[in-house]
Design a binder for this molecule. Structure first.
Ligand SMILES: Cc1cc2nc3c(=O)[nH]c(=O)nc-3n(C[C@H](O)[C@H](O)[C@H](O)COP(=O)(O)OP(=O)(O)OC[C@H]3O[C@@H](n4cnc5c(N)ncnc54)[C@H](O)[C@@H]3O)c2cc1C
Length: 316
């Protein structure tokens, strides 16, 4: 049987992240519809102990040049896997690896591509991706004619459980010369430690650009202090230097999963949702009733945060 779907593992260091299992679960559905196998590409060094989830076959490139992440080496390894597996669909995530490689892989292969997908389906032999545009304000349905169709999927779009279940896949070891790959990963290290750990909190007060200025942050800091929880924030707050990086939630910040996430003046861009959509209860305050944050919020209000926050702090 030929390979229908190739999932690219999103792991860079540590454990295989949930999104890889999400892709394997969805990949299994698509592979069944297309009548082929589900494969996973595992690119790294000394990767022997990694789980392969629901994959029927694992294509492994194990090379010292992949010990530390560098996009061009990983892309060269991935291209060799795609050539060997000859899949109809390549599924990646819009995470670290997928953002780096999906577009360049598609360009290298001359393959059709859709990014920021929240769903992937088939119509006959054609792959159809549903992609978010304008931070989720529009959904585009894109039919990908040609093979392989490269799709990068927003993490959190599918359940991960189905993708974890599996037996022992066939292992295909791919040898590839990465000498001319260009960039070489020299090491990976944790950023400087800070006193704040927003990933450990059961409740988070999180603030976005709706706060307007650095001076106004005092208002939400008082609320966080009253609740005895750390203050989290969307990326613009960090980019403007209003709070240090360890406070950032999202794609390029921390992934948090508190029992309660209070989002104040945060629009709910996909990159922010990526970091907090698994929170137990999401409560959003945003004056724009059409803000995408309300699509994931369990409770919401369009009251002005400058009215809500002092009132809340006082009551607490
Ligand atoms: C590669 C990449 C990585 C990224 N990584 C991250 C990331 O890790 N984390 C992240 O957050 N973003 C990230 N972003 C940026 C992301 O796309 C958004 O730009 C960002 O999340 C928007 O932040 P915001 O919601 O605070 O601001 P805005 O989108 O400007 O939203 C502000 C919201 O406040 C509301 N508002 C205004 N005044 C009030 C008021 N008085 N009361 C109540 N509500 C009010 C407005 O209606 C608006 O919805 C990334 C982007 C890229 C391209």
């Amino acid at each position: 049987m030929s390979v229908a779907v190739l999932v690219v593992s999103e792991r860079v260091v540590g454990e295989v992240p949930d999104v890889t299992f999400e892709l394997l679960g969805k990949g299994r559905e698509i592979a069944s519809a297309l009548g082929g196998e589900l494969a996973i590409a595992v690119l790294g060094h000394q990767v022997g102990e990694l789980p392969f989830g629901a994959a029927d076959v694992a294509y492994v490139v194990d090379d010292p040049a992949l010990a530390n992440y560098a996009a061009s080496a990983v892309e060269a390894a991935l291209a060799a896997v795609v050539e060997a597996a000859s899949p109809k669909v390549v599924l990646m995530s819009t995470g670290t690896v997928g953002l780096d490689l999906a577009a360049s892989l598609a360009a290298r292969l001359g393959a059709p591509m859709a990014s920021y997908a929240v769903d992937v389906a088939t119509e006959g032999d054609t792959v159809v991706a549903t992609s978010q545009l304008y931070g989720g304000k529009l959904l585009a349905e894109v039919a990908l004619e040609g093979s392989p169709a490269v799709v990068s999927v927003i993490p959190g779009s599918f359940a991960a459980d189905a993708g974890r279940v599996g037996g022992a896949p066939r292992i295909e070891t791919i040898a590839v010369s990465l000498d001319g790959a260009g960039a070489r990963g020299e090491g990976v290290r944790e950023p400087e430690a800070s006193g704040v750990d927003i990933t450990a909190a059961d409740l988070l007060v999180s603030v976005g650009r709706g706060i307007g200025s650095k001076e106004n942050l005092e208002l939400v800091q008082e609320l966080a202090d009253a609740l005895k929880v750390p203050l989290a924030a969307s990326r613009p707050i960090i980019d403007q230097g209003w709070l240090p990086k360890p406070h950032q939630v999202g794609k390029s910040g921390k992934k948090v999963k508190p029992q309660v996430y209070l989002a104040l003046g945060i629009s709910g861009a996909p990159e922010h949702l990526e970091g907090m959509r698994s929170a137990g209860t999401i409560i959003a305050c945003n004056t724009d009733p059409k803000a995408p944050i309300f699509e994931v919020a369990h409770y919401g209000t369009t009251v002005d945060l400058f009215d809500l926050v002092p009132e809340l702090t006082e009551r607490l």
